[in-house]
Design a protein around this ligand. Structure first.
Ligand code: HPA
Length: 278
């Protein structure tokens, strides 16, 4: 459960730090998932700050992992990028990003644009494809809002992935000649990959992609009053759908292979939000 007493101190302290270093909040925050890291190097006039300086942000457990925010601009759109997220499979807690997301909201951010690596359930989205997340399935039925006080916890999740912003992203992809699928993302707790039977079940439920992140953050962001968008990079066909054995290495290799195209579309998308009311 969220430690409200701790966050009650940590969030204002984190906002103050961000404000004093970077000034007013950018409207757009991006969570960089696996495969999307290259986008951070496209940020212009970039300044960074380690999560260790932001008490409401997840504190890295493994040294050597990049856990920092990068603030700057893409074109004329200011942006904060979050490099590193807490996954539920690390601790069993799905609240790991609560402090970070509430800090972004309190600072003045309007949109949380999430990115991730996913397994594809659809042959028309082979590894390397990008999918705009239209909706999600919370398969573990876990919520970061358990124990949250107040009626605000009964969050309406219909249209959680902002319909207008989705239309905008699809139009941009079309203009750029980029294949961008749209579909439903299914959250699996992990860290083990799914069984073939689980994937058949998710497909029957209407899932198009499967991954181990994003859903808790979407719930937290909608609760906080942030708009949400999501982009998934297909790194593999989901369990049982290809002859290739699923390994973390395979997903990382594919993420690297298509990372540049993913990062460049992400940068274009963020820049294009300059003309959109958020
Ligand atoms: N399953 C779950 N998470 C993933 C996958 C997958 O096939 N690929 C990348 N992240």
């Amino acid at each position: 459960m969220i430690d409200h007493q701790k966050l009650g101190v940590a969030i204002p302290a984190s906002v103050e730090k961000l404000q004093s270093l970077f000034g007013d909040a950018p409207e757009v925050a991006v969570v960089l998932g696996s495969g999307w890291a290259g986008a951070a190097s496209l940020v212009q006039d970039a300044k960074s700050l380690a999560y260790t300086e932001l008490p409401a942000f997840p504190q890295p457990k493994v040294e050597g992992h990049v856990n920092e925010v990068v603030v700057g601009r893409l074109g004329e759109q200011r942006v904060i990028m979050l490099r590193g997220r807490a996954h539920t499979y690390e601790s069993g807690e799905c609240t790991g990003m609560a402090g970070a997301i509430r800090t972004l909201k309190a600072w003045g951010v309007k949109l949380l644009l999430q990115t991730n690596a996913s397994g594809s359930l659809r042959s028309h989205m082979p590894p390397g494809s990008l999918m705009l997340i239209a909706d999600h399935i919370n398969a573990p039925q876990r919520s970061p809002l358990v124990g949250e006080p107040g009626s605000g916890r009964f969050v309406d999740m219909v249209g959680a992935y902002d319909p207008e912003l989705r239309r905008h992203a699809l139009q941009l992809a079309k203009n750029e000649g980029l294949m961008l699928g749209e579909g439903t993302y299914c959250w699996a707790l992990g860290p083990q990959f799914e069984t073939a039977a689980e994937i058949r079940m998710f497909a029957a439920w209407g899932a198009d992609a499967v991954g181990m992140s994003t859903v808790p953050e979407t719930i937290l962001a909608r609760h906080a009053g942030l708009k949400v968008m999501g982009l998934a990079l297909m790194t593999n066909m989901a369990a049982g759908l290809s002859a290739e054995a699923l390994t973390h290495d395979l997903t990382l290799k594919q993420a690297q292979a298509s990372g540049e195209r993913a990062a460049s579309f992400l940068a274009q998308l963020v820049a294009s939000l300059k003309d959109v009311a958020l």
